[in-house]
Design a binder for this molecule. Structure first.
Ligand code: SF4
Length: 393
C-alpha cells in the first residue's frame, strides 16, 4: 500500500526534505484503518509536523482510536509495592542507585496494604491494578508475595492484574501466569541505540528477552517508553515500531518528569504539542494497542491534557509512583467533558466482593466515589518501575 505522502517515500531518514513532509494525515489514517503499516518516514513527518497541523494530526489519530476503542477510556491504578531500593542505574529513575531524590524506601508491602490499595483501585473504577516493585527483578520472597495476593485480589475485586517486577526469567513468567496475572509491564523505555545512554546495569536486549518470556508464558505484554530523555525522533519511532513487532497489547507513553536528584534532573524541554504529536504517532503506528498517557501527563500536557485522549484510550487515575497525579475527580470530569466514558472498571459493589463489570460491553457512568485515604506510594518520577518506566508511567 502506498504512503500518504504527496511525494511517496519509504526511505527511513532523519531529515526528510521539506517538500516531502507534506503528509495527508486523514489519508494516512484511512490507510492505517485499511491495514497499512506506518513507515518510518510517515512517523517522522508526524513528529516533525508544525503546530498549525496539530488538530489535523490529532484528527487522524482519533479516527483510528475511535475505530478500535470508540469513545471509551480505560483507567489504571498504580501501586508501588516496593520502593526506592533498586540496584540499577536508570538515569531517569528516582529509585535508582544513582539517584539522591528523597523517595520512600520500603520492602514489599504486607498483604493488608496491597489489598487496601486494590480496594481503592476498584472504587476509582480502574480496570487494572498495576503491582509495581522497584528492582532489577523479583526475588523469591517477592514472587511468593505476588503469587499469594493476585488470586485474592482477583477473587475479591475482579480487577485485572498487571505485574511490573523488572527482568523476569522464563520460569518466573510462567509462575505469574499460573498465579492469575493477566499482563506484565516491562518498558523498552527508548530505542536500542539510545539505551546505553540511560542505563548501564542492564541492556535493551535484556528487556526484550523478558518480553519474549512474557509472551511465551501466555501473558499479555504491556510495554512502552519515556519521551524527553534527550533521544531523537528516530529513537522514539524505533521504539514505537519495535513495540509493533512485539505486538504489545498495551503501550504506556511517559513524558519524563525530570526529578531533582536524578542524572536527568531538569533536562526535559517538552512542549504540550510535542507530547500530542508523540501520542498521535504511537496511535497510528500501533492502531489496535491500548495506548496509555502515563507519567508526566499533567506536567507536560498541561491545559492540552484532554486532547491526549483523542489519540490514547487509557490513563492512570490517581498518583504515579513517586509523584502526584491530579485528583481523580478532575480525571472523571475531563473524561465527562470530552463526552467519553470509562469502560472496563469494576462495579461499585466490587468492594463487597460481589463481582465486576462485563469488561467487553459495559461502560460505567463516571461518578466520583468517596475515596478512602491511602498514602502507600513511592517510586519513580512516574510509574512502572521494575520495568523501568519511571519517567512516568
Ligand atoms: S526504572 Fe526500575 S529498574 Fe530502573 S532504577 Fe528505577 S526501579 Fe530500578
Amino acid at each position: 500500500m502506498s504512503t500518504a505522502f504527496s511525494e511517496p517515500t519509504n526511505s527511513p531518514s532523519a531529515a526528510i526534505p521539506e517538500a516531502e513532509r507534506s503528509l495527508d494525515y486523514r489519508q494516512l489514517a484511512d490507510a492505517v484503518l485499511a491495514g497499512h503499516a506506518v513507515t518510518h518516514a510517515e512517523a517522522l513527518a508526524i513528529l516533525q509536523s508544525p503546530n498549525e497541523d496539530l488538530l489535523a494530526v490529532m484528527d487522524a489519530a482519533f479516527r483510528v482510536r475511535r475505530a478500535h476503542f470508540g469513545l471509551t477510556v480505560q483507567l489504571y491504578f498504580l501501586m508501588n509495592a516496593k520502593s526506592g531500593l533498586c540496584p540499577e542505574d536508570c538515569n531517569y529513575c528516582s529509585q535508582s542507585k544513582v539517584s539522591s531524590a528523597p523517595v520512600p524506601k520500603y520492602n514489599i508491602l504486607q498483604r493488608d496494604q496491597l489489598m487496601a490499595a486494590a480496594e481503592l483501585a476498584a472504587q476509582r473504577q480502574a480496570k487494572t491494578y498495576c503491582l509495581v516493585i522497584s528492582a532489577r527483578g523479583p526475588n523469591e520472597r517477592e514472587m511468593k508475595a505476588v503469587e499469594e495476593i493476585v488470586p485474592e485480589i482477583k477473587a475479591k475485586y475482579g480487577l485485572d492484574i498487571c505485574a511490573c517486577l523488572g527482568l523476569l526469567t522464563a520460569e518466573q513468567a510462567r509462575r505469574l501466569k499460573a498465579a492469575g496475572v493477566d499482563r506484565v509491564n516491562h518498558n523498552l523505555n527508548t530505542s536500542e541505540d539510545y539505551y546505553a545512554k540511560i542505563c548501564t546495569t542492564h541492556t535493551h536486549a535484556d528487556r526484550v528477552q523478558t518480553l519474549h518470556h512474557v509472551r511465551d508464558a501466555g501473558l499479555e505484554i504491556c510495554s512502552g517508553g519515556i519521551i524527553g530523555m534527550g533521544e531523537t525522533h528516530d529513537d522514539i519511532i524505533s521504539m514505537a515500531m519495535q513495540l509493533r513487532e512485539l505486538k504489545a497489547e498495551s503501550i504506556p507513553v511517559n513524558f519524563l518528569n525530570s526529578i531533582d536528584g536524578t542524572p536527568l534532573q531538569q533536562t526535559t524541554h517538552l512542549t504540550p504539542q510535542d507530547c500530542l504529536r508523540a501520542l498521535a504517532m504511537f496511535r497510528l503506528v500501533n492502531p489496535t494497542s491500548e495506548l496509555r498517557i502515563s507519567g508526566g501527563r499533567e506536567l507536560h500536557l498541561r491545559s492540552l491534557q484532554p486532547l491526549g485522549l483523542y489519540a490514547a484510550n487509557s490513563m492512570f487515575v490517581g498518583d504515579y509512583l513517586t509523584t502526584s497525579g491530579q485528583p481523580p475527580e478532575q480525571d472523571y470530569q475531563m473524561i465527562r467533558d470530552l463526552g467519553f466514558e470509562v469502560t472496563g472498571g469494576v462495579r461499585s459493589d466490587a468492594d463487597t466482593g460481589t463481582g465486576r463489570a462485563d469488561v467487553d460491553s459495559t461502560s460505567l457512568p463516571i461518578t466520583p466515589p468517596a475515596l478512602a485515604p491511602i498514602t502507600l506510594r513511592g517510586g519513580c518520577g512516574g510509574s512502572s518501575c521494575g520495568s523501568g518506566n519511571c519517567g512516568g508511567n
